[in-house]
Ligand binder design. Structure first.
Ligand SMILES: [Fe+2]
Ligand SMILES: [Fe+2]
Length: 215
């Protein structure tokens, strides 16, 4: 018989998380919701445009790897059970995002970031630290992350090839989901983070997005 989750030791939970991390990075992720690209036809044919779109969607895929890891790191160290559950619920939407981006990158005949294990491990550690700072700070971290992600996705809507309807539909759905995650975190008591922390988050994200575009 499985021990109840509450009685799992920290070591058990770390092993569970390691296993989840491996599966997120290595296995094909399955979305619970249909791909927003739907039946919209493939319209990007120019090789340069396809390569650029693939780079952008690879960045978004890396971002979703990071999002998964942040949420699970935060859930690991969350104090309050309701907060923990809401973090895990948001992480389920991120699995959809991950699967959709992965699918789009492959449609564009490209591959996801080779550095995915690094994005996962680094983000998991950051998430766990945010959780240790207390639930209201951790929720504030979700709200700030999501608002930066929404801005980033908006820039991709400008940068993607104008005719890339399939990528655009995915990015738009992600934006809507991230807005909901951010609003929920704020309503649940997320507090504003100090400006230096926000700047640090932005800087870290910039390193990841620039690298994942290429590698
Ligand atoms: Fe996401
Ligand atoms: Fe999110």
């Amino acid at each position: 018989m499985q021990p109840p989750a509450a009685r799992l030791t920290l070591m058990d939970r770390l092993i569970q998380e390691f296993d989840r991390g491996l599966r997120t990075v290595a296995a094909a992720n399955v979305a619970a919701r249909p791909n927003p690209a739907g039946a919209s036809p493939e319209s990007v044919t120019d090789p340069v445009a396809r390569r650029h779109a693939a780079g952008l969607m690879r960045v978004n895929h890396a971002g979703e790897i990071a999002a998964q890891a942040l949420y699970h790191g935060q859930a690991l160290t969350a104090r309050n059970e309701t907060v923990r559950r809401s973090l895990l619920e948001a992480a389920r939407d991120e699995t959809d995002h991950l699967a959709w981006c992965e699918q789009r990158v492959r449609e564009l005949d490209s591959r996801t970031s080779l550095l995915a294990p690094i994005w996962y491990a680094g983000s998991f550690a950051i998430g766990a630290l945010a959780g240790l700072a207390g639930d209201r700070t951790s929720l504030g971290f979700v709200a700030e992350t999501e608002s930066q992600v929404i801005e980033h996705l908006e820039s991709h809507l400008h940068e993607l090839p104008p005719d890339d309807e399939r990528s655009r539909r995915i990015v738009e759905q992600m934006q809507a989901d991230e807005a909901r995650h951010g609003a929920e975190a704020r309503t649940a008591g997320g507090r504003d983070l100090p400006q230096p922390v926000r700047d640090l988050m932005r800087g870290t994200a910039r390193i990841m997005t620039r690298t994942a575009y290429r590698v």
